[in-house]
Design a binder for this molecule. Sequence first.
Ligand SMILES: [Cu+2]
Length: 479
Amino acid sequence: MKNGLTRRQVMYTGLAAGLGSLFARLGYAKTVALQRANEPPEPTTESNRGFSNYSRFRPSFGGPPSSDRFLGKLVTGLRKSGQEPVMVEAPDLGKVPWKMVNGVKEFELRCTPVKREFLPGEAMDVWGYNGTMPGPTVEAFQGDRVRFVVHNELPEPTSVHWHGLELPIQYDGVPGLTQDLIPPGGTYVYEYDLHQTGTFFYHSHIAMQEAFGMAGLFIVHPRIAYDPPVDRDFALVFQNFLIPPNSATANSMAMDWNWHTINGRSGPYTTPMVCKHGERVRVRLVDFSPMQHHPIHFHGHTFWLTGTEGGRIPQSAWVPRNNTLVGVAMAQDFEFVAFNPGDWIFHCHMVHHMMNHMVQQVGPRIREGFDASQYLASLPNRPSPQSSLEEPAFGVPGYPQKMQGMKMSMATMKTISGRREARGMRAGWFKGVKGLMTVLRVLPEDLYNRVMLSDEDIQPGEIFDAIVKGSYQSREMST
Ligand SMILES: [Cu+2]
């Protein structure tokens, strides 16, 4: 439009002028008109007309920023509005089963020691619920009345707090303040109504047990999915542990961290999230690390921050991001349209969270009170330090920076790459996926079906190559 005003801007300005006398008292009309006039003009020429359109199948702008379709903000998924929400998928975690007892959804939680394989063959001693760490996901609906029968199978007392839920005080799970601790072998019953919706979690309210992994997701859905409806709903819990070399037991006293997990696994053992090209996707992030915050970055897309641990954010306050900081005990929900096919890394951006512990740099540690005989007996077999300072690279100040001594056995590689969710990714894809990292795969429907639904052989790199060579980037379909 002439003078850089869009039709909408003219409309707003006209409206403001028409109602001027009314709004003038509030000092409002001028502000609205000014705000609108300051927006960049909508593109009008042939060359930039594309920026006002949005496509769910290729990168596009969808502007201006006030548009509902800007960066896919309110672009619906492939599912229709007005339906039940899709169920949440938390990779590598189960769900807590429930049964209906006289109109109440009854869940059973056992507080247990857990052996959790952070990486294949690296089974760590932590604590959790029902034999997993983090515990299995609780999934319920707004309006449900829920009951949790909690058995303590730990050698010390515990209690369970329901993080973020507005419930009667006697079920809040704080030792002493709201209830007596559940003794070893004891059982305690929590029961309340759910009136909220969002990403919550349950956890021990004993600090050291929290640091030892005792938490799980608690997702409460609305009965009818929020608009715009999403096709996929993923959830991830981020945690840090310090597990000294030569030990499998997390040191929950530590203020330092060397092992990092998403849903109880470290990259590249974290199972990729796989969605279809064009779907609207929600990812729920929870930080249950003892002390560390996680700036979570997703490549190739811009997402909208649509919720926090307090529930849904009104659409007017959604924020576009590609990196969102999740603080300790906070949740962030975000949504995006998966318009860009590929295997996209999804990771915490803290560099020390992007790798697991550096054994060769740290060396073995013996703590006071521990028997050192085994360590001393194996001294002759210790790998000798590399002191090849003649290597020309040592002439470069700072060398080496790349982590040294990363080794992965053939069996481990097979386990990691042999999973259905990883089929057809580049050979060696796992070299760039470490610590607090996972992968979100956006696959065109035909490739999605091959990877997730068929049993045909897929060669390493086959799916990746098909995306790079294919015409998927430019494919336009009616939405
Ligand atoms: Cu982090």
